[in-house]
Design a protein around this ligand. Structure first.
Ligand code: ADP
Length: 399
């Protein structure tokens, strides 16, 4: 039983092929610069040499055809024929209120994903392209959609509504949806497994911090609050996104600078966050380098990032009336010992105590970085959204 996992962006397409008998990855890869000149396909078959191919890939249909060519290639392939792929699982960013869990792709599902383009104009069209291209290249193969928002559909009204006129929710579904749900789901479950305790009995805060970042409060095994909102702009300070700000700033700046809606969106999504404050980079590695060299702008960017992250952790501890487990994941969470240390040092009021040596350990496995005395278990859990997508796909098509 083989499942192909596809994550379509507007100009990129990531894939992973799983053998579900043992959940091993047979191959993975990435197509970049779709629709631009010189598209790049990087194919990594497990146990064989990696290949990179530069060619003209104008749309997702060709991208998937090229991926299948590589998967079935005599030298670099891992399959005899495309017919060995039993199912395809797609990552979809926005499932709105339609999708509380993963779903088999049918006409209705496609219609619902299309209806949500309004809420996720940058993301859902790419998912649709990936689904259509898979149908063309793998006709008859069942497809499943897995949503970034689904895990957060358990949030209570008090957490997902904004304190604005109710009519905006009724008419336009303006509310908090939250994102990175597949990752928050995976790492909260993996944390409970690691600790050997039922997730239902734990109050967990999961910090998924990469280029984008979000925090989730997981109580009784479900998401009860999360920091991203109607869009992935709200919440933490991120690489290029502002995170929380006074909403009155938006009309004020638009007025002063005579900005259009798309210009102000661009400013808040692409020219804010670490990038704006440091003036150097959106990448935490470069910010940390700047911090270590004493660059004042990088230092401020780092301090703001850490301060805002820590305030959110405190607010979720308040939301759940306590916290048993704090989990760090994604690019920054998994790799930046200094971010973890700085945050945890200032959470001593919660009884958080981390072991500096354990915090420095690098490993691809879940690990504990707190001391035996710590009142909160602090873990680093590498996320694996693709595996969740493969598992859900497998489960749904075998139902
Ligand atoms: P995305 O949100 O795009 O999925 P990732 O979760 O892969 O991204 O996170 C990417 C970010 O992780 C990079 O921009 C970088 O800031 C950060 N990162 C990766 N490695 C390190 C490291 N060793 N130290 C600090 N930050 C790191």
């Amino acid at each position: 039983m083989k499942v192909l996992v596809i994550n379509s962006g507007s100009s990129s397409l990531k894939y992973q092929l799983y053998d579900m008998t043992d959940e091993s990855v047979l191959a993975k890869g990435l197509v970049e610069r779709i629709g631009m000149d010189s598209s790049i396909l990087t194919h990594k078959p497990t146990g064989k040499e990696e290949v990179t191919e530069v060619s003209e890939i104008l749309e997702h249909n060709t991208a998937i055809r090229k991926v299948i060519e590589k998967l079935t290639d005599k030298t670099h392939g891992v399959l005899e024929s495309v017919s060995e792929i039993n199912a395809v699982g797609h990552r979809v960013v926005h499932g709105g209120e339609f999708f509380k869990e993963s779903a088999i792709v049918d006409q209705q599902a496609k219609k619902d994903i299309r209806a949500l383009i309004d809420l996720a104009p940058l993301h859902n069209p790419a998912a649709i392209m990936g689904i259509d291209a898979s149908e063309v290249n793998m006709p008859g193969v069942p497809q499943v959609v897995v949503f970034d928002t689904a895990f957060h559909q358990t949030m209570p009204e008090k957490a997902y509504l904004y304190a604005i006129p109710r009519v905006l929710y009724n008419k336009y579904k303006v509310r908090r949806y939250g994102f990175h749900g597949t990752s928050h789901y995976y790492v909260s479950h993996a944390a409970a497994d690691f600790l050997g305790k039922p997730l239902e009995d734990l109050k967990v805060i999961t910090a998924h911090i990469g280029n984008g970042g979000s925090l989730t409060a997981v109580q009784g095994g479900i998401s009860v609050d999360t920091s991203m909102g109607m869009t992935p702009l709200e919440g933490l300070m991120m690489g290029t996104r502002s995170g929380d700000l006074d909403p009155a700033i938006v009309p004020y700046v638009m007025n002063k600078e005579e900005l259009t809606v798309s210009e102000v969106n661009l400013m808040l999504n692409k020219h804010s966050g670490l990038q704006a404050i440091s003036g150097i980079s959106s990448d935490m590695r470069e910010i940390t380098d700047g911090l270590e060299k004493g660059d004042p702008h990088s230092t401020l960017a780092f301090e703001m990032y850490e301060y805002r992250l820590r305030k959110y952790i405190g607010s979720y501890a308040a939301a759940m009336n306590g916290v048993d487990v704090l989990v760090f994941t994604a690019g920054v969470g998994e790799n930046s010992a200094i971010v973890r240390k700085s945050v945890c040092e200032n959470l001593s009021y919660l009884g958080v105590e981390i072991d500096e040596e354990l915090n420095k350990v690098r490993s691809g496995d879940p690990r504990r970085i707190s001391t035996p005395n710590s009142k909160v278990e602090v873990l680093v859990v590498p996320t694996n959204e693709e595996l969740v997508i493969a598992r859900d796909t497998y489960k749904l098509i075998n139902k």
